[in-house]
Write a protein that binds this ligand. Structure first.
Ligand SMILES: NC(=O)c1ccc[n+]([C@@H]2O[C@H](COP(=O)([O-])OP(=O)(O)OC[C@H]3O[C@@H](n4cnc5c(N)ncnc54)[C@H](OP(=O)(O)O)[C@@H]3O)[C@@H](O)[C@H]2O)c1
Length: 258
């Protein structure tokens, strides 16, 4: 039975990936900061699916946290067949006045930790000529996002990095996919300060559908999967828009009213 490492498993999509992979018979390694939630999920999944579930709580914005996590996993004698690089957050508001640490933390978590984990697991996957990495990007990856500037840029990084890595390892038996969800019902919007946004009301997706798309993508080794028909149409159409129009429209959506 393969083993999956899922980051950000204490909520939202990560919780969904854990449930879906346990149902499919994967052993799990769960990480996030909220250990109590991870332990509760682990206990539930062990009982329901007869899989082993290991919990390693970590704050992946911390320097060397990703490397430390991989060292703890190796010390426990575990190896990783599937990495779901899911943990991430955003912050909405003026770049100039949002907090310094909050914004650099987005880069540390969404980009740095994601790269460090991929770099840590790849050599063994290449040696085994098997394994997969699913990086969670976003539809935010396809255009700049005024009033959520660092988050959008972080997801553009994830998308570009994932596509490049997909190409590098495709002949080495390792699958790499980027999943690009649009607005999805999780804790993300509350944390990002998007509560007052009504522009997405008609398009919120259920986490389960997004999780299904992500797992199907990495199984099929699709380099990029945009989740949902409307999101796919929008991501495709952005390519044909003048860049100025794409950023103006996104800025209009993201800007706080009043
Ligand atoms: N929901 C959306 O609308 C949407 C759309 C596109 C892309 N995405 C992407 O989907 C991914 C999952 O987000 P979600 O929607 O499931 O959000 P969520 O419900 O807020 O879950 C985020 C997860 O990341 C973990 N996390 C946050 N900060 C962390 C840190 N410093 N160290 C370790 N783990 C941390 C959280 O756990 P703890 O707080 O316990 O650490 C939580 O498990 C993210 O990469 C997000 O950017 C979401």
């Amino acid at each position: 039975m393969p083993t999956a490492l899922i980051t950000g498993a204490s909520a939202g999509l990560g919780d969904g990936f854990a449930r879906a992979l346990a149902r499919d018979g994967h052993h799990l390694i769960l990480t996030a900061r909220r250990a109590d939630r991870l332990e509760a999920l682990a206990a539930e999944l062990r009982t329901a699916h007869e899989v082993t579930v290991h919990v390693f709580a970590a704050d992946l914005t911390r320097p060397e946290a990703a490397e430390g996590l991989l060292a703890d996993i190796a010390a426990a004698g575990l190896s990783i067949d599937l990495l779901v690089n899911n943990a991430g957050y955003g912050a909405r508001g003026d770049f100039a006045t949002l907090g310094h640490d909050e914004q650099l933390g987005i880069i540390d978590l969404n980009c740095r930790a994601l790269v460090a984990l991929a770099h840590g697991v790849l050599p063994q996957m290449i040696a085994r000529r098997s394994g997969g990495i699913l990086n969670i990007a976003s539809t935010a990856a396809f255009q700049p996002g005024p009033w959520m500037a660092v988050y959008y840029a972080s997801k553009a990084f994830v998308l570009s990095f994932s596509e490049a890595l997909h190409e590098e390892v495709r002949d080495k038996g390792v699958r790499v996919s980027a999943l690009c969800p649009g607005p999805t019902r999780t804790e993300f919007a509350d944390r990002a300060g998007m509560k007052d946004l009504t522009s997405f009301d008609a398009v919120w997706a259920d986490a389960d559908a997004v999780v299904r798309d992500g797992l199907a993508a990495v199984r099929a080794n699709s380099p990029v999967k945009v989740s949902g028909t409307i999101n796919t149409l929008m991501a495709d159409s952005v390519r044909f828009l003048p860049r100025i129009l794409a950023r103006k429209v996104t800025g209009t959506i993201q800007k706080r009213r009043g």
